[in-house]
Design a binder for this molecule. Structure first.
Ligand SMILES: Cc1cc2nc3c(=O)[nH]c(=O)nc-3n(C[C@H](O)[C@H](O)[C@H](O)COP(=O)(O)OP(=O)(O)OC[C@H]3O[C@@H](n4cnc5c(N)ncnc54)[C@H](O)[C@@H]3O)c2cc1C
Ligand code: HEM
Length: 404
């Protein structure tokens, strides 16, 4: 427990740290990577280039300081962080390394204002937060390793099939190379994939949601190729997976983790709202719920047009053959090849007001995944339609802090 005097110091100085938060975290990462260059293999170098992880870590430490009298309020943030850390194999012995560099960065940026008392208080506060995370992560590692077919750390998988799902999305079907059992997962969870990135001379890790329902034999991930844009270069890992990972190749992954998953014990309807590649965890949920429960499922999907509409035929076939599944498709810019009423139901972006009769189900849970603007629009629309926040669940495909 934090001593009362240190608690007061942390609360009193949190606004000063917030003011300099970005500079502190930037300096922290510079120091961390200078002293421990190997950690560049663990962190997402694109986030570093774009400053995203800086915001996430600074935000978490400051959120902790401002909730120091009410730590249970941080439970869902802690859950998300611990699942992400566990998926990345973050180890307890790395916490002091991060703590030392964080304190040194605070000292450097604040200069004389960072007195010994202030640094001592923040050191103790960091230690308390680290303890919470380390304990929660140890529990997760143990639980996942103890499951039948579970494991700890990296495991080699063989690519048994590759399937092009659209112009930009390819699925990889992965079976354990050791031929051993394969753990089930909660529909909505993800795995981490590690690859060598020659352009960086580093390994890089990315998360991919499992896009099939648990089946004891294989995992499926479905990866969107992140092309270069007008002002930016192509994504490191997704392009390597698309261009270089062939049938029979080995892919190393960590066990499934993630706090975004459907509650398989509930009996109420499930409404899935996906934009683009955000459909992956929701397809897993849809399959698992239809297969293992009697619940009704509404699957709403938004895509630019038919060319980038992944898994279209199979999703249509599921809706045609399963009366518990309602599928509603929006195309933002349909092409001449896209037939209204067959390929898609509505032109334009997903607009829940146009389909409120189909999506407003008593006691339904809503699962949202897609680009940030898509999610913001859907979460706002659900709120405006009177859906309580506790019934709305979402996954962000990045570290961007999405404040619903
Ligand atoms: C929980 C979770 C689940 C996920 N599930 C999936 C999934 O099922 N399928 C899937 O495809 N992805 C998924 N992702 C996203 C995935 O982890 C990767 O982030 C994605 O594949 C991009 O990685 P990359 O290395 O190819 O791109 P990065 O190199 O990380 O680049 C990211 C993006 O930034 C762009 N970029 C490059 N330079 C700049 C710049 N200067 N300014 C702005 N943008 C720039 C790139 O083109 C790319 O679009 C998930 C992420 C999370 C966190
Ligand atoms: C108290 C200490 C820590 C806090 C508060 C913290 C907080 C966070 C947060 C908020 C995220 C973003 C989660 C998301 O995806 O939403 C994150 C991701 C991450 N954390 Fe931590 N973290 C801590 C310690 C560590 C340690 C010790 C390591 C290992 C050296 C580590 C490595 C990572 C990595 C690699 C990511 C993935 C994001 C990226 O690479 O850009 N963290 N952490």
């Amino acid at each position: 427990m934090l001593s009362p005097s240190n608690r007061s110091i942390v609360k009193a100085t949190a606004p000063v740290l917030a003011e300099h938060g970005y500079a502190i975290i930037q300096r922290f990462y510079e120091r961390l990577f200078q002293e421990h260059p190997d950690l560049r293999n663990l962190f997402n170098m694109r986030h570093q280039e774009r400053g995203e992880q800086q915001r996430a870590l600074a935000g978490a430490v400051l959120a902790y300081a401002s909730h120091i009298d009410d730590l249970p309020a941080l439970a869902s943030a802690v859950e998300r962080i611990t699942h992400k850390h566990a998926s990345l194999n973050v180890a307890p012995e790395q916490y002091p390394v991060v703590g030392e560099n964080l304190l040194a960065a605070i000292k450097e940026v604040l200069g004389d204002a960072a007195t010994a008392d202030i640094l001592g208080a923040w050191g103790e506060a960091y230690g308390q937060l680290a303890d919470i995370l380390v304990q929660a992560e140890a529990k997760l590692y143990d639980e996942v390793a103890a499951r039948p077919g579970g494991w700890r750390g990296w495991r080699d998988f063989v690519v048994r099939h590759r399937r092009q799902e659209s112009d930009v999305i390819t699925s990889f079907f992965l079976e354990p190379e050791d031929g051993g059992e394969l753990a089930d997962f909660l529909p909505g969870q993800y795995v981490s994939v590690v690859v060598e990135v020659p352009r960086l001379g580093l390994r890089q890790i990315r998360q991919y949601s499992l896009s099939n329902a648990p089946n004891g034999r294989y995992y499926r991930i479905s990866v969107k190729r992140e092309d270069e844009g007008v002002a930016h270069e192509a994504g490191y890992v997704s392009n390597l997976l698309h261009d270089h990972v062939k049938l029979g190749d080995i892919v190393r992954i960590t066990p499934p983790f993630g706090a975004f998953h459907v509650d398989m014990s509930a009996a109420t309807p499930v409404v899935l709202l996906s934009g683009g590649v955000g459909l992956t965890p929701l397809v897993s949920m849809m399959k698992a719920v239809l297969r293992n429960t009697d619940r009704e499922v509404v699957f709403v999907h938004g895509a630019r047009n038919g060319r980038v509409h992944a898994m279209k035929e199979r999703l249509q076939a599921s809706a045609d053959t399963n009366r518990r599944l309602t599928s509603i498709v929006f195309y933002e810019s349909p092409t001449d090849e896209d037939i209204p009423g067959y390929d898609y139901d509505h032109a334009g972006r997903v607009d829940l007001r146009r389909i409120s009769a189909s999506v407003l189900k008593p006691d339904a849970d809503y699962y949202v995944c897609g680009p940030i603007p898509f999610m913001r629009a859907q979460v706002d629309a659900l709120g405006a339609l009177g859906i309580p926040a506790a019934r709305i669940h979402y996954e962000v495909f990045g570290t961007d802090v999405f404040d619903a």
